[in-house]
Design a protein around this ligand. Structure first.
Ligand code: ADP
Length: 270
């Protein structure tokens, strides 16, 4: 559904994305994760053509995505990490304004989602808390029944009950065939929602794997005390090689256990 190949973007001298390649398959939730400054938002803004890329290609539904391809962009919902909306408009008018861009009635779905998220549509955007502004952004990203929804930090700033509500919406949409590119800092939610995870670091994708395979990959969390100093590492290789390596050390204490997914992710972040 979405294929990014060798995407490159520099802001003057600053690296935004160096060489980003990954594909999102139809119907999956692709988790896009990585430390701050790794290039997630840059990649997403290039997909949305909000900034011009310096190199590489971005294909949606088998066709290069170009800036004014209104037909293609109608099929893509987008939630920016910080939605910038018209402060003077009431929520309901923002939904109507958004609706006016599509040749179909998108309002019923918008209102239904606003209700699910307990959003007061009579309030002005300028009066809303950041969490409520996020909710408006979420509603806007789903209204037109997009085939692909790109969410940049979908649930940051929402309270836990609302986060759960958003997870429900996402999984419901997925069951109806919607595809997701989902960037997040919250590894718990990545585990819960995503079929595939792509890890980006320093502007490059360093790992793409199914969320399940990451948990079942042979990996060991090793903690040991050597010369009074405690060391901890995630080891991803054959256990016998690990034992050989450890046998060269003089250890005071050793603990080997399975890392959880969060620890495996963090291992790639470092
Ligand atoms: P992430 O979303 O993974 O946190 P970003 O894509 O926002 O990463 O940032 C990647 C790099 O690009 C960072 O070094 C960041 O400082 C830089 N960057 C992002 N936006 C701009 C901008 N508008 N102007 C200059 N540098 C930018």
């Amino acid at each position: 559904m979405l294929r990014i190949t060798n995407l490159k973007k520099y802001y003057g001298q600053t690296r935004g994305a160096e060489d980003v390649s990954f594909s999102v398959k139809k119907g999956e939730i692709f988790g896009f994760i990585g430390p701050n400054g790794a290039g997630k938002s840059t990649t997403i803004r290039c997909i949305m053509n909000l900034i011009n890329k310096d190199g590489g290609s971005i294909e949606f539904d088998g066709k290069e995505l170009i800036k004014n391809d209104v037909k293609a962009y109608e099929k893509i919902g987008y939630l920016p990490s910080e939605p910038a909306l018209y402060k003077e408009l009431k929520v309901i008018d923002m939904l109507k304004y958004n609706d006016s861009f599509y040749g179909k009635d998108t309002l019923p779905k918008g209102l239904a989602y606003a209700q699910k998220l307990q959003l007061d549509t009579s309030k002005k955007i300028g009066e809303l808390s950041l969490g409520n502004i996020k909710k408006v952004g979420i509603v806007l990203s789903f209204m037109q029944d997009p085939k692909l929804v790109i969410m940049d930090e979908a649930t940051s700033g929402l309270d836990p009950l609302m986060q759960e509500e958003v997870y429900k919406i996402i999984l419901d949409e997925k069951n109806q065939g919607t595809t997701f590119l989902f960037s997040s800092h919250n590894l718990m939610e990545v585990k819960k929602l995503c079929d595939t995870v792509g890890i980006i670091k320093d502007g490059r994708i360093i790992k793409i794997a199914s969320t399940n395979s990451l948990t079942t990959t042979e990996a060991y969390k090793v903690k040991y005390i050597e010369n009074g100093e405690e060391k901890s590492l995630i080891y991803k290789d054959d256990i016998n090689t690990l034992i050989k390596e450890l046998s060269t050390k003089k250890l005071d204490k050793l603990l080997i256990e399975e890392p959880n997914l969060e620890e495996i992710f963090m291992h790639y972040y470092e």
